[in-house]
Every structure is written in C-alpha cells, then in structure tokens.
Design a protein around this ligand. Sequence first.
Ligand code: ASP
Length: 439
Amino acid sequence: MAIKVVKFGGSSLADASQFAKVKDIITADPARRYVVPSAPGKRFSDDIKVTDLLYRCYNARDDRETFEKTFELIRQRYLEIERDLNVDAGMAKALDDVKYEMLFQSSSDYAASRGEYLNGRIMAAYLGYTFVDAASVIVFDEDGTFNPALTQTAISCKMENITHAVVPGFYGATPSGRIVTFSRGGSDITGSLVAAGVKADEYENWTDVSGCLMADPRVVKGAKPIGVVTYNELRELAYMGATVMHEDAIYPARQANIPIHIKNTNAPDDAGTLIVSRIKKDEILSRGVVTGIAGKKGFCIITLEKNMLHNEIGFGRRALSVLELHHLSFEHMPSGIDTLSLVIDEKTIPDMERLLADLTHACNTDSIEIVHDISLIAVVGLGMAGNKGTAARLFAALAEADVNIRMIDQGSSEMNIILAVDDTDYDATIRAAYEAFVK
Ligand code: ASP
C-alpha cells in the first residue's frame, strides 16, 4: 500500500477546529499513515505561537510570576484543544511534568520541543495512531550535531511494525537522552526525515498557503501558484528568498527521491505545488519558460581595477584569499579586461574599510570602487534552456520598465538568469520579469 507522510504546520493545528480539518484530510486518503505535527500556531494575527510562549517561559524561570503566568497560557491552549476534541490525551498530567522538567534544563531546547510533543500526543489520541516520541528516532550526537545516518536507521527500525504513527516535529535527542531541536520551522525537516525513513511515496507538507507562488505576492499582486517545480529550481528560488519550507527539509526527501507536495489545510482541493527531482520535457514546455522569480536586497559590488589585469596570473586568487581571510562568501564575480567585481551580501561584511584596504594591498589595484544597495533577482526556469529569445524578452521588458541592469549572470545550465539592479528598482524588476513571462 502507498505511504504518505503528512506534516502539518502550526496554523493548521492552532485550535480544535483546525485539528478537525486535519483529521478530515488524513482520513480522506488511507496512504496518509505517518503524521508529523508542529506546535499550535497563531489563531489570529495578534496571537502568540506556543513555541514562542515556551521560549518566553523558559527565559522567565527566575521570575516566578512571569513563569507561572506564561505557563498558564500554554496550559490553557492544550487543555482547550483536548476538551474541544473530546479526547483523553492525558494533557493535565503531561503539562505538570513539562512545567516541572523545564526548571532543570540547561538549554531552551527541551522547553521549545514540548510544543510539538504535547500536540503530537493529542493528535495521536485523536486519530487513534501510535505516538512515537521523536526523541527515540531523530538522533543528534552528544555535541548537538544532527546525525542523519543513525536517524534513518532508527526511523526504519521503529516503524517496521507500526503502520500508523504520529511523530512530533522539530526535535530529537542525543543517545544520552538530552533533547535537541532543529532551528525554527524545523518540523519540516522531521517530516522529510520520516518520509525518507519509511520510504514514503510522497511527503505532503500542509500549511496555510496553496503552494509556492511564481513571485512574492507583496510585489506582484495575484501572483500565480507554481504547479510543479524541480528541487533544483526550488533551491534557486529559495536561496533568493522565496520561502516555502525550511531549507534543510528538501535534502532528505530529495536524497530518497520522494516528491514533496505543498498543500493548503484551509483549501485542501487546491492543487498546491509538487516538488520533484525530474520533470518530463513536454511538461517543462507546458509550464512555460519561467517557473518563478525571486530576489534579495542589500548586496554591494566591489570593483577592482588594474591595467593589464587580464594578463596577470593569480589576481583572482589573491582577491579571493582576502575574502577567505575575512570569512566572506561572494555571490558572483563578473570580470572584464581590466576589472574584477565581487558581489557580496553587505551585512556579512563586518569591516568594510579593512576589507577594501586588504584587497587594494593584496591585488595592488589601480583603483577600487564600491556600489551599495544592490538587489539580486533570479529569473528561474528549466524551460529557458535552449529556448532562444528568453534574454531578449526579459531585457526588453526591463528597458520598458526603465530599469538599469548592473550585472547579468546566466549559468551554463541555462536554468536561471540573475540580475543585479539598484535596490530601488527591486519591485519594478520583479514585476517586469513576471509580466514578460507569466501574463
Ligand atoms: N514550532 C516550531 C517553530 O515555531 C517548529 C515548527 O513549527 O516547525 O519554529
């Protein structure tokens, strides 16, 4: 029988009515056998996520009044969900245990993880599935680094005889039993790991949007959803700021060749976005040339100029060793006959003056120039490969929008075109690119 691992985000589990929607979704498809819940999220815009309350509570351990008050908010949320669902998940006792344990922990990880732990217990009772504590299958080394190999073995061994289980997201434990969490939003990673561990046919990631959009809807009103996207395309878009799930969640599913389906708990009939490793040629063509557009602000371009640079051996190496010394990574390095430019995320440069002085010295430049407030915009799509006229269409649209392009980079994979423009042209660039290819 087919297996689907389904992960539900915090807003999908914010209260009992959301739990009920989730149950309907799960029972609608018998393949949905392994469930990974987040902690209860916001019920309304000013609400506080349970995870945030837990961090707050942990930090207030020395202040009894705040600690008690904050913990009460957490307690009420779980008791209310349990009561409204009419299940007995032993919440009252579990909450007492958590409150007491929190006082003895040396890091906030234990406290933060309880949001998922308690929600997982309610979910298991509500669905009638086996509760599998993530501490028994998601393995971290004693130094706190995640251990992927042991985790995969632990999940497959544990699930061998468990056909239907709830595994709380976000945390795991070291062999000695210390709880460790992933970074925020880490339940996505748990879902991907469980999917790989049980060799699922699909990993469904249920959230509060109907998949990834072709552009940021704050910039392009009514941006269309992406139906199918490859892992590579998504990586490009995610790197450039299009967030749909935790960055580290892609890898385990991708390694195991499991498609990820982003779906909307509040609109389960919407198609969502399917993330796959490969996509057939005719499907690429039917999707259109461009899959998505994303961008990031706040870069700078440092241009080194030196006469006869093109004949000089080792110039690039010297420039890059300076970056290495400053622990800086660069995004792009376009070069001309007498110039070499470095595009760097400006907030990562702690000492600009020193960096420029070191570059000037190491490369013996004639001049060095810096341009601030640069945006990088990626126009991504497998359909661009071999498709003549794509660049012409894009640049014509940008000229029409009166955008000045500072740099162009197209990798030989032809999967993306990256542009550098002034931050002030960020919105106009994304809109023009969107309109050129999508509308
Ligand atoms: N509850 C955790 C957070 O708020 C993890 C998650 O939701 O994925 O970050």
